[in-house]
Design a protein around this ligand. Structure first.
Ligand code: GRF
Length: 192
């Protein structure tokens, strides 16, 4: 069954692109109802528009965290959504949001609980890990925390640069996120 997604993104949008490509290739039975960004003119918004997906800017500048989140929730009410998917969304969701939208999914570039936070690739790389990985998880009130849906490892090679390490991880992200969403699609809609 087709699941309905809202995607929140703050930047580059490569995971959004991977999800939209998987939908286009029929590897993912989902429809993206809306992409919302808190940052003006991001690549994520351009990617959404290029796929004929509604793209909405809800800027956080000048607003309290609470005020901004209320506006995002108000926009989401316009759609019938099964899952809210975070794809590089650099805002922390509060309990008021998670009460209204409990099915929020995030992708994080480390093997959680190791290396939470905004610089996970750098933190794992600088810690000289032998293996790192990607985590897709449900979001709870703690940052980069919540029930884990899937994890996939990738190696840090001895002569790696941070750029090579990141691009190896990003390739995993782009495979893993659509795959996890498809496993949820197989279970069918849940409608928030
Ligand atoms: C990804 O590394 C993701 O794991 C993290 O933020 C980054 C977003 O990248 N949460 P993009 O905007 O999807 O290219």
């Amino acid at each position: 069954m087709t699941i309905q997604l809202a995607i929140l993104a703050s930047g580059r949008g490569s995971n959004l692109q991977a999800i939209l490509q998987a939908i286009g290739n029929r590897d993912l039975d989902a429809k993206v109802q809306v992409v919302i960004s808190n940052v003006p003119g991001t690549r994520a918004l351009a990617i959404a528009k290029s796929h004929q997906v509604t793209a909405v800017e809800i800027l956080h500048r000048g607003l309290s965290h609470h005020e901004h989140e209320i506006l995002v929730m108000r926009e989401l009410r316009n759609y019938c959504i099964d899952y809210v998917v975070l794809a590089g969304y650099m805002r922390i969701l509060t309990s008021q949001f998670l009460k209204s939208y409990p099915n929020v999914i995030n992708i994080h570039p480390s093997l959680l609980p190791a290396f939470p936070g905004a610089n996970a690739y750098e933190d794992a790389f600088n810690a000289d890990v032998i293996t790192s990985g990607i985590t897709v998880h449900f979001v709870d009130e703690q940052v980069d925390h919540g029930p884990i849906l899937a994890q996939e490892e990738f190696p840090r090679l001895p002569d790696d640069t941070i750029e090579a390490f990141k691009s190896r991880g990003l390739a995993v992200e782009h495979r893993l996120y659509p795959r996890v969403l498809q496993s949820l699609a197989k279970k069918g809609p849940v409608k928030l």
